[in-house]
Design a binder for this molecule. Sequence first.
Ligand SMILES: *Cc1c(COP(=O)(O)O)cnc(C)c1O
Length: 433
Amino acid sequence: MILYEHLNTNDKGNLTIGGLDTVDLAREFGTPAYIIDENVVRKNCRIYKNAAIKYFGEDALPLYASKALCFTEMYKIAAEEGLGIDCVSGGELYTAKKAGFPAERIYFHGNNKTDRDICDAMDMGVGTFVVDNCDELYAVSKEAVKRDTVQNILLRITPGIDPHTHKAIVTGSVDSKFGSAIETGQAMDIVKKAIAAKGVNLIGLHCHIGSQIFDIEPFSDAANIMARFIAQIKEECNYEIDVLNLGGGLGVRYTEYDREIDYEKSIKDIATVVTEYCKNNGIKMPKVILEPGRSLVAAAGITLYTVGGVKEIPGFKNYISVDGGMPDNPRYALYQSTYTALIANRATEARDYRATVAGRCCESGDLIGENMEIQKAQRGDILAVLVTGAYNYSMASNYNRIPRPPVILIKDGKARIAVKRETYEDIVRNDVL
Ligand SMILES: *Cc1c(COP(=O)(O)O)cnc(C)c1O
């Protein structure tokens, strides 16, 4: 086992995922390629779904924060597992619609929904909008009134929590592009406006404090602050909040230096805080929504590359170049994220070499990781980067006109293409001569 149960080695010494030889997969589907173990995704969906119901009650619902990994089949999996989804754009909504995802279980997020997004989402019958700010509140209200309908909404609230994660993925502090802060009074202001606005039905509140968080404390602090705010709304506005969406953000183990995290226990601990607060303060237990993204899909995925040049610069670093890089995985460039890498065709050998794994773009920052522990590599080896299921394919670009890799789903010992590899023809498709 390497980090996770579905990652192993076989008697050829090759890395396997879900029982399949990654060297065979690389040969069959080419590289670079994203390989996702569907059984792992489904298992994680069930952990969240079961724990949410067990600890928060029958009404609780986990949403899959679909920005983590988004393609049509992924929405089908989320639908089959009985999850709701969080979408942030017209493109995600469109993909969910293509997958036949039940619209009433869609929560439409984002800090800047365009007028067109609002119309498209209402055309689709999206169940709930998560409204970010007053301008958006009035835009949604206006469109709903025009259509003579009432749109269910949650309001995005910033509880003012610093969860000690990378600053690019902190989202719940007062100074944030997201939501309205309780501390400044703006949260209460938008609540009052939403209660009074026509065409919208304020059913609840949302908060999301950030991502890749390992401690429970920031979550329970946020839950506590939100529960207190619900009590305050009841007192000041005589208005009952039914839904409390606590966001996503639970961390994922990327390397053996990261802690393991027990998702069921984390959910249980957060539930204890909310239930006790509600009980002690005489407020009705809200319907709780959780919004995991990373923790549902990250561990399920790996990326396979072919090694090109290997360069040793005396007195400096060793470089291993692969046939992908920041276009398929921009996370090191964005957040200095750490990963585990290994040579898939020699996976049982010790990772006693240190190298910087570099991509193929014309950009020095195009790296998968620096000074990674890995086996010594040579041209033609298959290099695997583990735990790439979240925020890799969904963040991929065509920088340097590099076609995006395919997404291969593994299930019960079989591999199938869920997203085809892009072609050069795809790359020029929208160019006008
Ligand atoms: C990104 C995001 C999530 C999911 O975060 P993870 O860290 O991937 O679990 C949930 N809710 C909102 C609003 C988000 O923006």
